[in-house]
Design a protein around this ligand. Structure first.
Ligand code: B16
Ligand code: MG
Length: 214
């Protein structure tokens, strides 16, 4: 029986991908190149340093480890400037309602995000109080598709992986959930999130009753 819900942040509860894109694009421009919104799709769900490596490869730019750290810090400063201004109105359609229903129904809930900025985002969007545990980029060493982030989430909820459902918009996140032994609900496109147990366009398309059918 499902007792715990593990939520990814970007792409499931909020759309911070637009801010990541703006900040990475600004950084790319300082190095004399740009990249497309389609390319930005590849940055979803992966860590900051992995994202930087991809962006640099697109621009055919090589940097030392020290320079990379400075670039990632610059990008993050621009990104944080934007997320500092986020409001509860930016919570994705249906997400607040779903979290409220789930809380009401007694599910334990944890965040399982790659972001090191999850605390700021949850605070500004007024979602922090829903979560019994926060596992994010500050507390994991291996990024998705490694299951570490979700295994830690289940553990912090004192549940077995099989008692948990993961909500994810990224393919790497769905793979992480399945490797961890959890059920996975994909938020997005069925043709991309192939390994998910169920795929919906957004949390608005889902009711807590659907969790009993998994
Ligand atoms: P930060 P998620 C991920 O969030 C984003 O999808 C990804 O684009 C970003 O690179 C990553 O967080 C790290 O974010 O730079 O704030 O530490 O989808 O795992 O909630
Ligand atoms: Mg995501």
């Amino acid at each position: 029986k499902i007792k715990g819900l593990l939520f990814d942040l970007d792409g499931v509860l909020v759309d911070t991908a637009v801010y990541h894109y703006k900040a990475w694009l600004r950084l790319a421009k300082t190095m004399g190149f740009t990249f497309s919104e389609l390319q930005n799709e590849e940055l979803k769900g992966i860590s900051r340093m992995d994202s930087l490596d991809k962006v640099l490869a697109w621009g055919n730019v090589q940097k030392s480890a020290e320079e990379k750290l400075a670039l990632a810090t610059q990008k993050n400063d621009w990104y944080v400037e934007m997320i500092n201004k986020m409001t509860p109105a930016e919570v994705l359609p249906g997400a607040l309602n779903f979290l409220q229903q789930a809380k009401q129904a007694g599910y334990k809930m944890a965040l399982g995000s790659a972001s090191k900025n999850s605390a700021t985002i949850l605070k500004n969007t007024n979602l922090a109080h829903f979560f019994d545990a926060i596992v994010d980029g500050n507390s994991v060493s291996k990024s998705k598709p490694d299951p570490e982030v979700f295994l830690k989430g289940a553990q912090e909820l004192a549940l077995q992986p099989q008692q948990c459902v993961v909500f994810e918009d990224a393919e790497a996140g769905i793979i992480a959930a399945k490797r961890g032994g959890m059920k996975a609900i994909g938020i997005g496109d069925k043709n991309i999130l192939k390994q998910a147990d169920k795929v919906v366009a957004g949390l608005g398309q889902l009711s807590v009753k659907n969790l009993e059918e998994l």
